[in-house]
Ligand binder design. Structure first.
Ligand code: ATP
Length: 254
């Protein structure tokens, strides 16, 4: 069997906000070239965990190694090999997409061609548009393009498909899979279980700052079924989303 190499290793991570323990001793590994999902209810500690790995937030204790670099000693090296989605507020309102990419490339010292970055996320037709004039799906694709500017080994996507319509979500899944297939490791959070099932190679369920399950979606489902679980209703061969997609097509729109 193929041996998997960990590109992120989190050991006994604890994060306290004053007396409140938001992350309570998390340990997990993310393998190279996988799409790894962090799932769990609101407030479970997913964003806190991601921000600590991204070196954007201080931890209380624990050890984190990202591609051989420790968050304690080599935060700068980690920043150079990761891509993080910026919040919309970080985009200057008067610049168009090409100018924004040029700006970020300048900050990273990255030698890239803005149009090539926009082509990767199918936004070449919007090169001269301002960020605020984009649809929800286009905004998400643009922000994914910005994570790729420094040609990172790992990108972090925090709920990238929230609020998107079914086509835009599926198109974004295809884009994320392409990025993984091109060799980038992807760490993603989502509240959509169908998305995690389709997209993630492995998922960790986080609850109250602890990991309560970690495996491939298939193994987790098989385990539940073998424990005697059965759905109450017979499952239909399609769902309402399939009807929507079938009626309105899968092509890019917006
Ligand atoms: N700066 C902060 N100060 C105090 N408490 C915080 C801070 N940031 C987060 N928390 C608390 O830590 C807990 C974990 O928050 P976090 O944002 O990591 O959860 P999450 O799993 O990402 O949730 P969501 O799914 O809603 O994004 C929550 O109870 C939150 O209120």
């Amino acid at each position: 069997m193929e041996t998997k190499k960990a590109i992120i290793s989190v050991k006994d991570l604890v994060k306290k906000y004053d007396d409140f323990v938001a992350v309570q001793g998390l340990s997990f590994e993310v393998y190279e070239h996988e799409i790894f999902g962090l799932l769990g209810p609101n407030g479970a500690g997913k964003t806190t965990t991601l921000e600590i790995i991204e070196t954007l937030r201080a931890k209380t204790s624990g050890d984190i190694i990202v591609d051989g670099f420790s968050v304690d000693k080599h935060a700068q090296n980690i920043k150079q090999i990761i891509g993080v989605q910026l919040q919309a507020a970080g985009y200057y309102p008067n610049l168009n997409l090409v100018e924004l990419i040029e700006l970020f490339a300048g900050l990273y010292g990255a030698d890239i061609k803005p149009m090539e970055m926009l082509e990767k996320v199918n936004l070449q037709d919007k090169a001269k548009a301002k960020y605020k004039a984009l649809s929800g799906g286009q905004k998400q694709r643009f922000s994914i393009a910005t994570t790729l500017i420094n040609q990172p080994k790992i990108i972090f996507l925090d709920e990238p498909t929230t609020g998107l319509d079914p086509q835009a979500r599926r198109n974004l899944w295809d884009l994320i899979i392409e990025i993984r297939n091109a060799g980038t490791t992807v760490v993603i959070t989502t509240h959509y279980m169908d998305e995690a099932e389709q997209l993630c190679d492995r998922v960790a369920f986080v609850e109250r700052g602890q990991i309560i399950a970690l495996d491939t979606p298939d193994n987790l489902i098989d385990k539940l079924v073998s424990s005697g679980f059965e759905r109450k209703k017979e499952v239909k061969k399609a769902n309402l989303e399939d009807v929507f997609i079938n009626l309105t097509g899968r092509e890019w729109r917006e």
